[in-house]
Ligand binder design. Structure first.
Ligand code: SAM
Length: 267
């Protein structure tokens, strides 16, 4: 197996992304958004955040771009279903944005910069399409700061392998901690940042979250790659789903994923 996209475009991954909302996942950015902004959402995936931004900012227009056509089909269908008309979706790479210089008042991205090594090239392209004084906001994970209890739980094991897989596949799952510095080094002036822990707290929420992780474990490629690389055995891989289901019903198990959101302006 060569390099893989650990999350993938499987149903489990898409369903996890569909639960994301502008209110939760673009909270800081929404404080800075102003009427009539022309906003670009880079790496929009199935578009739940893009559509949420459009609903929260009815005077603005939001374009979501993604390199993967299947995600844009899901996003466009969802916008139609929700009758949201002030957003649109286009297939494009963050490294080659099909827009004129100074086209946007703001650029937003959620869990996108973590996926590749060439972050500086992506930021240069974003700088090009952003108007002087324009806003950018990124929210990225920091898997190295997650908290799980027990620390040898199946969930901790799964998320540890997920993190290792991102590193192995040229991504940076710990990007959150250096995000503000990275933006500063690339011509942006940091206005504000926020660190938050996403967590499932009630037993019902935990059941839903652990079931999502079982589905991801069964559908994503990273568990097979972990076996192939000798990080775990096939027996360990096969045992994980049942262990996750058991942990979901235990009231003492704790889970959390760390996110860092930064808002900056083009200086
Ligand atoms: C983890 S998903 C996040 C989707 C969405 N922002 C969200 O949080 O729900 C990352 C997305 O980035 C897209 N992506 C990765 N590299 C890209 C690139 N070079 N140009 C455009 N999109 C890219 C992937 O196709 C994927 O849909």
């Amino acid at each position: 197996m060569g390099k893989i996209y650990p999350f993938g475009y499987n149903d489990a991954a898409v369903n996890i992304m569909k639960t994301r909302t502008a209110q939760d996942n673009a909270k800081l950015f929404l404080n800075y958004a102003k009427p009539n902004m022309h906003i670009l959402d880079v790496g929009c995936g199935p578009g739940s955040i893009t559509i949420g931004l459009a609903q929260a900012l009815p005077d603005c227009h939001i374009i979501g771009i993604d390199k993967e056509g299947s995600q844009l089909d899901i996003a466009s269908e969802a916008a139609l279903q929700h009758k949201v008309v002030n957003c649109s979706f286009e297939q494009a790479s963050i490294f080659e944005l099909p827009y004129e210089n100074d086209s946007f008042d703001a650029v937003y991205g959620h869990t996108i910069l973590m996926h590749f090594k060439e972050v500086e090239a992506a930021l240069a392209e974003i700088r090009r399409v952003l108007k002087p004084g324009g806003y950018i906001s990124f929210r990225e994970v920091d898997f190295g700061s997650n908290i799980f209890y027990p620390s040898d739980s199946a969930l901790a094991e799964v998320m540890g392998l997920f993190r290792r897989s991102f590193f192995h596949n040229d991504a940076n799952p710990d990007l959150g901690r250096s995000l503000a510095h990275l933006l500063e080094q690339n011509g942006f002036s940091v206005k504000e940042f926020n660190i938050s822990m996403s967590q499932a707290t009630t037993l019902t929420q935990k059941e839903g979250m652990y079931q999502s992780m079982v589905a991801l474990w069964q559908q994503a490629e990273f568990p097979a790659q972990a076996v192939e690389l000798g990080w775990i055995t096939q027996n360990q891989r096969d045992a994980i789903p049942a262990q996750l289901i058991t942990e979901a019903s235990q009231s003492h198990t704790l889970n959390s994923t760390c996110y860092v959101e930064v808002v900056a302006t083009l200086t």
